[in-house]
Design a protein around this ligand. Structure first.
Ligand code: ADE
Length: 225
């Protein structure tokens, strides 16, 4: 998978992609991530990328021309499956959407700032709009980092243990069951006996039951989905 990210603040995206699973995924060529500084496509000698809103009002609006020029450069090189705009009023990210996007080959992610982008960017240039939740961040970069992490770990070969993404919370509309490690008794707080029984079918059944109980208790909405 190739991910191109268009942003006014590329430095915000360096650290999230420089450690752990996402770093390894780049090292073993499962994914390549390319940051594009929108300012380089800015207009006039100031590299202008934003302007006042027509009709008045507070805040600045990201202009269409620098974004369009950057997109044209990228699209001249290869075909893209999606041009995704990170925005709080987009489709809410969940595991199902992450699974779908993880199957894409080449994607472009556009990070918004200020009051957002000129509506014509959304109407004519963007193919998907994604929100990571019902709250407003200062810009799309952190949302893009969250989105990228959620899809990169689903690319086959990225996780060491192939089955590990399958047992994640939400993968079957179920939260993950409780897990424990040594010691078996800490200050009198004991692990459930079944887990040290060696009886794998019984342990599997216990895990399914706990996952269902936990989901029923914490997120009953998932069971009706
Ligand atoms: N940009 C600002 N807030 C956002 C959010 N919640 N999701 C996606 N992009 C955003």
């Amino acid at each position: 998978m190739r991910i191109d990210i268009i942003t006014l603040l590329p430095e915000l995206l360096v650290s999230p992609f420089s450690a752990s699973i996402v770093k390894r995924a780049q090292e073993n060529s499962s994914v390549s991530i390319h940051l594009h500084d929108l300012r380089q496509y800015g207009l006039n000698k100031y590299g202008q990328v934003d302007d006042y809103p027509y009709g008045g009002g507070a805040g600045m609006v990201m202009m269409i021309e620098p974004i369009d020029r950057c997109l044209q450069d990228l699209k001249a090189e290869r075909n893209y499956d999606a041009v995704i705009y990170m925005t709080p009023d987009g489709e809410r990210l969940n595991q199902k959407l992450a699974n779908k996007c993880s199957l894409m080959e080449n994607i472009i992610i556009l990070c918004g700032h200020y009051k957002g982008v000129d509506q014509r960017v959304r109407d004519h240039l963007v193919t998907h709009e994604i929100s990571i939740g019902d709250f407003v961040l200062s810009g799309g970069e952190l949302a893009a980092a969250v989105f990228c992490d959620s899809i990169i770990r689903l690319i086959p070969g990225v996780l060491g243990d192939e089955s590990s993404a399958l047992t994640d919370s939400f993968q079957d509309n179920l939260l993950a069951p409780p897990i424990y490690t040594r010691p078996a008794d800490y200050k009198g707080w004991k692990i459930p006996e079944i887990l040290s029984s060696g009886n794998t079918p019984a342990i599997d059944a216990w895990r399914i039951q706990k996952a269902q109980e936990r989901t029923q208790h914490l997120r009953p909405d998932l069971l009706n989905d």
